[in-house]
Write a protein that binds this ligand. Structure first.
Ligand SMILES: C[S@@+](CC[C@H](N)C(=O)[O-])C[C@H]1O[C@@H](n2cnc3c(N)ncnc32)[C@H](O)[C@@H]1O
Length: 212
């Protein structure tokens, strides 16, 4: 997005809470791949969607530094809980420290491991809302594992579903991540079990509602 427009938007939405601003700074100073971190706009969007859905049980695949997890958790009601899964065990201390320093951190359970191994152990939980933001190559697999455990009327949000526009760029979409995202978009588009819409936000955010 045009930088001026981006600044304008950030100046006309709720400000970034100080602990999340600090987290975003720490990501840029201490971590590789800071682009993976949700920022001010995406965090406020996730918080707003969480308020709208009012979920009790939320699942996130791909914690990274915990920015999206905290943005979701701060919008949860008093009895609600977020389970977030991160495969990179080197992130564990960084994430847990930030959760401990944040007002909503106590509403989050962090699971370290491959989501595909962790998910069966969480099988009894019925999800009201799921945020898929892990390995782009595996979105189809995550989706098929998760959908049976989403309550009818519940939501799956999938991030990066336009993948920098590569989904419509045959010159640059032959890599495994692009193919993973394109296969996921095709799968969801053809799936009668769900309603779906792609928001052209940032890198694309698909909102999927499991039919009643
Ligand atoms: C885009 S980042 C997540 C960003 C974070 N949700 C946010 O918005 O701030 C993707 C993360 O998924 C993790 N990941 C990749 N494959 C995974 C898997 N199979 N299970 C769990 N986490 C995975 C990566 O290590 C990385 O930290």
């Amino acid at each position: 997005m045009d930088e001026q427009l981006q600044e304008y938007i950030l100046g006309h939405i709720d400000p970034e809470p100080p602990h999340l601003r600090q987290l975003a700074r720490d990501v840029n100073v201490y971590l590789l791949y800071p682009r993976m971190c949700s920022g001010h706009l995406q965090g406020r969007i996730l918080g707003m969607l969480t308020h709208m859905i009012a979920p009790l049980n939320v699942l996130e695949l791909g914690t990274y530094a915990g920015y999206s997890a905290l943005s979701i958790a701060e919008a949860l009601g008093p009895d609600a809980r977020l389970h977030t899964i991160e495969i990179d065990d080197e992130m564990e201390d960084f994430i847990l420290q930030r959760f401990a320093q944040s007002p909503a951190g106590s509403k989050i359970s962090l699971h370290i491991g491959d989501a595909r191994d962790i998910l069966p152990g969480l099988g009894d939980i019925v999800w009201d809302m799921v945020f898929i933001d892990a390995n782009k190559r595996c979105y189809c697999e995550y989706y098929e594992m998760i959908l049976p455990h989403v309550r009818p009327g519940g939501y799956i949000l999938a991030d990066n579903t336009l993948w920098d526009g590569k989904v419509v760029d045959p010159a640059h979409n032959h890599d495994a991540q692009s193919r993973g995202i394109m296969a996921f978009n095709d799968l969801v588009a053809a799936d009668d079990r769900v309603e779906k819409v792609i928001l052209p936000l940032r890198d694309g955010l698909t909102i999927i509602r499991k039919k009643n």
